[in-house]
Design a protein around this ligand. Structure first.
Ligand SMILES: Nc1ncnc2c1ncn2[C@@H]1O[C@H](COP(=O)(O)OP(=O)(O)O)[C@@H](O)[C@H]1O
Ligand SMILES: [Mg+2]
Length: 243
């Protein structure tokens, strides 16, 4: 992706999301730029997943606008941003076939090229030995690595991750974090949610703190953890420490 026109910045203006008669997101205003790692924090139900889904285009705001403003936005579209979920949705096919299928859906390459790109991703995400296994029999950590590999083959400029390690043990969590670092090291903008404050400290460059559907605080990660400015964020950090 380097050297190509970028789709960033991503601007949210007055973004609201209402469902079932409730205002779930209330007037989000923010601009995301690369390549810093942005971590969205907040209590359960704060609106973190909804925010990612809106940014990725899986939902439309009921009010407000979401715009990719970069020079590459007009010609690129969805394939330039990818999303990885807490529970990966994998096809009932081999590990390699999941990657080849993603490339095929995105219209990338012919059969030979797709196979090469898939093998490169398998190598990169340490999945080569599992290439011919059915994806559904992999462990949780391996499935999440496959989901990341599947995102990576599409060479996204922005990667959204929604609680990517929520179901994983510490070793698998560290492996996934290392792979998130791989994306970041290649210049990919990472935007993720987590309920794991240790992970937020390890990975975040900046924090967006959501509370009850509102963006209450945005700060550099170190400043956020050392001296949160809003009472809601201070209470969140204090509460999390007591667990
Ligand atoms: N499609 C929907 N319809 C109604 N309520 C929803 C929908 N999606 C999410 N919600 C509600 O919106 C709130 C925020 O959800 P979510 O973004 O998943 O929170 P978080 O990821 O921060 O835990 C929650 O109260 C959730 O129950
Ligand atoms: Mg969530």
């Amino acid at each position: 992706m380097r050297g190509e026109p970028t789709i960033l910045p991503l601007r949210l203006s007055g973004v609201c999301y209402e469902a079932g008669g409730r205002v779930l997101l209330d007037g989000l205003d923010l601009t995301l730029n690369g390549p810093s790692r942005t971590v969205i924090l907040g209590h359960n139900g704060a609106g973190k997943s909804l925010t990612l889904r809106l940014c990725h285009g899986l939902l439309r705001p009921t009010r407000g606008r979401i715009e990719w403003l970069g020079p590459g936005a007009a010609m690129a579209g969805r394939s330039r941003h990818a999303m990885v979920f807490q529970r990966p949705v994998l096809l009932r096919r081999s590990v390699r076939a999941n990657l080849v299928h993603a490339l095929s859906l995105a219209g990338i390459g012919g059969r030979g090229t797709r196979r090469c790109l898939a093998d490169e991703a398998l190598e990169r995400f340490r999945l080569t030995d599992l290439a011919d296994r059915p994806a559904r029999v992999l462990s949780g950590g391996e499935q999440q690595r496959l989901a990341l590999a599947r995102a990576w083959v599409l060479k996204p400029e922005v990667l959204f991750l929604d609680e990517p390690t929520a179901n994983l043990d510490p070793a698998a969590t560290r492996a996934v974090e290392a792979m998130i670092d791989t994306f970041h090291g290649e210049g990919v903008k990472v935007v993720m949610t987590t309920h794991d404050l240790g992970q937020a400290r390890r990975l975040a460059d900046e924090i967006l703190f959501l509370h009850a559907g509102r963006l209450v605080e945005r700060a550099a990660a170190r400043a956020f953890f050392e001296s949160p400015q809003s009472p809601e964020a201070a209470a969140f950090l204090a509460g999390s420490l007591s667990f």
